[in-house]
Structure formats: C-alpha cells, structure tokens
Design a binder for this molecule. Sequence first.
Ligand SMILES: Cc1cc2nc3c(=O)[nH]c(=O)nc-3n(C[C@H](O)[C@H](O)[C@H](O)COP(=O)(O)O)c2cc1C
Length: 273
Amino acid sequence: MTAAVHQAGGRIFLQLWHVGRISHPSLQPGGILPVAPSAIAAKGDAITFTGLQPFPTPRALEAAEIADVVRQFGEGARQALAAGFDGVELHGANGYLIDQFLRDGTNQRGEPLWRQHREPHALPRGGDRRGRRGVGAERVGLRISPRGEFNDMRDSDPAALFGRVATIAGHKGLAYLHVVEPVGTEDPLAPRLRAAFGGPLMLNGGFDGATAEAALAAGEGDLVSFGAPFLANPDLPVRLRTGAPLNTPDRDTFYGGAAKGYTDYPALGTAAA
Ligand SMILES: Cc1cc2nc3c(=O)[nH]c(=O)nc-3n(C[C@H](O)[C@H](O)[C@H](O)COP(=O)(O)O)c2cc1C
C-alpha cells in the first residue's frame, strides 16, 4: 500500500493510537480493565461485539507502565517506517490516551506532565530523537483537538495547555501539528498554536474546497486535511482541483466493521456502487 501511494506521487503517514479508557474489558486481552492516567470513567458507551456497553472505570497506569507505553509508540513508529510509511502521526486528539494525559478533566495524577517539562530552550531544536529505538522527530506529526469534547473530554484552560504543547512540539522539531478545530469556531486557537509551534500546521474539521482555500489564503494554516469528504470521494484531490461535485458521506456506515462505506464510493466517471 505504501509503495502504491509513493508510485502515485503521494506521501503517507500512519496514525499511532492508544485508546486508553475508551475501551471495554470485552475488547481487551484477558478481559482486563482498560488503562488511563486516572481512574475516571468516560460518560458514554463503548462499541462492543454485543452492542453498546457503558465505559468502565479504567485502571490508572503505574509510572513504569507509562514508560512502557511510550516504548510501544516508539516501536510502532519504527515498524511503520520499516513498512514504507513516510512517518507517523501520534493521535493526541479526540479523547484517547495521549489526550487523556494532556487534559486535566481526565488526568488527576498531580502536577501535569506538560508543566513538568523542561523549558523549551533546554532542548536543541529537533534534537530529541529518543535514541535508536524510535524514529526522528521530523518523521512524527501530532494530532490534537484543543477544545473537542468528544469522549467526555474537558480541560480548565485549553489555550494555556495546548499553547504549551505546541511550543514543546516545535522545539522537538515535529514534522507537523494537526489541529482538529471545526471551521467557523469562534476565537479559534489554531492561529496561536501555529505561532507557538513555528512549523507546518494542518487544519481539520468540516472543511470543503472553498473554506480550505480561504483558510490557507488567510494564513490560518499551512495544510488542510479532510476526513469524511475523503472517505466518500476516493478521488477527492481531482474533484477539488476541477470543482467537480462531491459524493455525500453516508453517516450510517461510519465506524462500521466492513468495506461498505469505506471502499465502495464511486470515483468520477464510474457508476454508483
Ligand atoms: C468514519 C470515521 C472514522 C474516523 N477515524 C478517525 C481516526 O482513526 N483517527 C482520527 O484522528 N480521526 C478520525 N476521524 C475524525 C476525522 O479524522 C476528522 O477529524 C473528522 O471527520 C472531521 O473532519 P472532516 O469534517 O473533514 O470529516 C474519523 C471520522 C470518521 C467519520
């Protein structure tokens, strides 16, 4: 797959993801409890093999276990590059494990990690490569959703928290910062995060061709990503370039387990599936 993308002139990053508390014992090896920074259950239900079931109260990770999760991310990144990916994106958005650690609605382990972090000037830019087991920071992007409430998330001061995250990401020399902030958000954080980060900022959330062009022209971001429109339009770049109409995403097939709604939307000039 990575070879096919490269052959077509594309670049491809693999998203690395740990769901933390957004899970259920029935989905875990040995039926064990999901883990999280703190033992705080998310409001809502997990999608399990027997239907929706309430999220359980997770087990708080031990300090030594956190180091092991970090090591697993490094190993995942290394394997992704070995499989031909150009880089990896750390999923720090939408209420999954990294986001659970960042925000104080879910992390009550005391002084937040991001506050304990060494002052950025102590880090040489791009110099934090985590040794030979990981991959270079220039191959790593980070996705965040600073004000997103999905998966029962909240923080007492998202602007301060994510401003600091952006600064640290910049000093580590990450490839890009990917910000989920729906188009039209009042008082958007993205411009401030872009200044703090200092590298390529990717915008996401409800964009179409016109709003994406406008955001880029206004200097709000350097790149725009598309989720649902890409799902529904296998040839989205061509359609955006030529102004062709877009297929409408079918919400009923979102998050399903089969090919329907993922690989069966028609490209331009082909009959509907
Ligand atoms: C079916 C579906 C699956 C998704 N899976 C992921 C995912 O694995 N990781 C992620 O960061 N976002 C995921 N998202 C969120 C999208 O990346 C994106 O942030 C969201 O759809 C808003 O952007 P859009 O308006 O361009 O779709 C998913 C969205 C949909 C509809």
